[in-house]
Design a binder for this molecule. Structure first.
Ligand SMILES: NC(=O)c1ccc[n+]([C@@H]2O[C@H](COP(=O)([O-])OP(=O)(O)OC[C@H]3O[C@@H](n4cnc5c(N)ncnc54)[C@H](O)[C@@H]3O)[C@@H](O)[C@H]2O)c1
Length: 340
């Protein structure tokens, strides 16, 4: 394994793939043992057009270091690679992840893991049967803005959490392959596509809730705006909101506010501010890590070292999809408390 470099092929080169591409460029500059060697997208225009997604704005990219394909079978036949990075629309995740695992590749697959927890179980079983690693791109687990909270909770830096509020607010996505975001059957609506980030983060920070209560309304998809409450054994209040129904002129926003015993911590526009119970507020100093680069590095290293993925295992990504299903049960009962 000495000097081994993990060779990666990407499938799907739409909106989020461009952020992954930037991640690979950063990793290569840093000399990380991972290299993006090929990309496949059925739409060749994706290799030339600039992409604007709510999250990041326009991106520029240089594809001179990758071989480009519009046919997956051809890429599999011609390329040598260890790992595939699936950036396909959500309704294709299970089909392509299981296919690539069976082809003998390790798989990084974008969130949400799939449209149902039954699909997720099949993906995990396939990874086990094939002896390959599967990781889902729950990228906030690699984002310094949220790792600051994780660390504060684990270290008890500011005492216990008393209440926590997470938001993820966006206009309806205006890009997307054949309008898939607008079709609840293919995207799962904002609850599965957008809210899933905070549902996963709540579990990552606080563990499994004992019950949930949620309300939602439909707009351009079902479950376009959601407000969820996560209940624990203690009486802390944990609430998350997501929206695909903000005005078109708004910018994507993902603020949070967590109130600990000894400080309130807020994050707005990528700035984490600590307001101590005693003393002056200050801005937290955070590492300048790119969450996409870090999740790719993490999986590549765990392949190289054959280490167990305790930070972001697929079983946990499946539980996050299960929790979304439980939130939908509560929504169907107009916000009734449903055990998890
Ligand atoms: N982690 C995040 O923060 C984040 C942000 C945005 C999107 N996502 C997720 O990433 C995934 C992709 O989202 P997106 O916005 O990039 O979608 P997109 O529609 O912009 O891109 C999908 C790409 O897949 C291509 N494609 C479709 N079918 C194909 C096939 N059979 N073979 C090869 N290529 C095919 C399309 O041509 C398109 O270029 C979704 O699951 C989405 O939820 C994650």
């Amino acid at each position: 394994m000495e000097n081994k470099v993990i060779r990666v092929a990407m499938i799907g080169f739409g909106g989020i793939a461009k952020s992954h591409k930037r991640g690979y460029e950063k990793l290569e500059k840093q000399g990380a043992p991972v290299k993006l060697v090929a990309i496949c997208d059925i739409d060749p225009e994706q290799f030339t057009k600039a992409q604007a997604i709510n999250l990041e704005g326009n991106s520029k990219y240089d594809l001179s270091g990758q071989t480009l394909y519009t046919d997956l079978d051809e890429m599999i036949a011609k390329e040598t690679f260890d790992m595939v990075d699936i950036c396909l629309p959500s309704f294709l995740h299970k089909e392509y992840a299981t296919r690539m695992l069976r082809t003998g590749k390790h798989v990084l697959c974008e969130k949400p893991m799939s449209l149902s927890s039954a699909d997720c179980e099949e993906m995990i079983a396939t990874a086990k049967a094939c002896g390959k690693k599967l990781m889902i791109g729950q990228c906030l687990r690699f984002e310094p803005l949220y790792l600051f909270l994780k660390n504060a909770i684990e270290e008890g830096t500011f005492g216990k959490v008393k209440n926590a509020f997470f938001e993820r607010l966006s206009a309806m996505p205006r890009w997307g392959f054949e309008g898939w975001y607008h079709d609840t059957n293919r995207s799962g609506g904002a609850i599965l596509d957008l809210h899933i980030h905070d549902v996963d983060m709540v579990r990552f920070l606080f563990g499994e809730p004992k019950a949930v209560s949620a309300i939602a309304y439909d707009a351009e998809t079902r479950w376009a705006v959601i407000n969820s409450r996560f209940m624990y054994d203690d009486d802390k209040i944990v609430v998350a909101t997501a929206s695909w129904d903000e005005a078109k002129s708004t910018k994507f926003a993902m603020p949070y506010r967590v109130n600990f015993e000894k400080a309130t911590v807020t994050q707005q526009g990528g700035v984490v501010t600590v307001y101590p119970a005693e003393g002056e507020p200050y801005e937290a100093e955070l590492p300048k890590a790119d969450r996409m680069a870090e999740e790719i590095r993490f999986l590549a290293m765990s392949i190289l070292e054959d280490s167990e993925n305790v930070k972001n295992p697929p079983e946990s990504a499946m539980m996050t999809v299960k929790l979304v299903e439980t939130l939908r049960e509560s929504i169907a009962q107009k916000g009734a408390t449903v055990a998890f």
